[in-house]
Design a binder for this molecule. Sequence first.
Ligand code: MBD
Ligand code: FE
Length: 261
Amino acid sequence: MDDQRAGLIVRDLLDSVKEVIRRHGVTYPEYRRAVGFVLAAAERGELPLLCDVLLEATVEEADGSGRRTPGTTDGNVEGPFFAAGAPELGGPRPDGGPVPLPMRADEPGEALVFSGTVRSLDGAAVPEAVLDLWQADADGRYSRFAPGLPEWNLRGRVTTGADGGFAVRTVVPAPYDIPDEPHTARVLELLGTGPHRPAHIHVRLEAEGFAPLTTQVYFAGDPWLEQDCVGAARPSLVTKLEAADGAGYTCRFDFVLAPAG
Ligand code: MBD
Ligand code: FE
């Protein structure tokens, strides 16, 4: 971004904020309190969460990169919990079984096999596509951000096979709540938005010759799909949890990538 564009945006942003200050006759104590609120949120490390919850879905919409091509999978917000460098889990197993995401021996929650394909717009399989997956555990916690979880718990990179297929074994993620993040929760309370996100699995997809895709997969019937505090959940990204023979669930999602450039 060049300085001219940055200057334009900063000027417009300030004009909007000043207009609100004037319209409401904001008082000195209110102003000091607002500055203190932002400072305290920053000191607690909440700013990435707060900004993503309040603004990222709008940025994703306005930017629109990677989801302009009709017929390709919609993008979705990355959120504050991506971590680069997740373990490489490789391609499909010779026996066709799902590749387990790193998890605890006694990982809580319902077992889930998440599988699908990666294809191009013409329906051709995309082999060697890399899916970088990350999700909350059954308590709604993300490793590397919540204390007490193994570093890469429920995070990993898998590669599609010759038929464009992938399959991972994980657990059903819990809807994400924001109860332990007081500043973000407070803003959502003031807005009258609940502190909930529908359960979801994040994915960053990369394949040679294709535009990278950052998106999320949601589950039908989730009570928070219509009240996502981030405003990001989309019907096109909803899949269905099916009870598996034996125990747990399966779900499928077929991704369609746009050509690079
Ligand atoms: C999340 O888990 C998330 O995915 C987003 C976008 C914002 C807050 C929490
Ligand atoms: Fe998330």
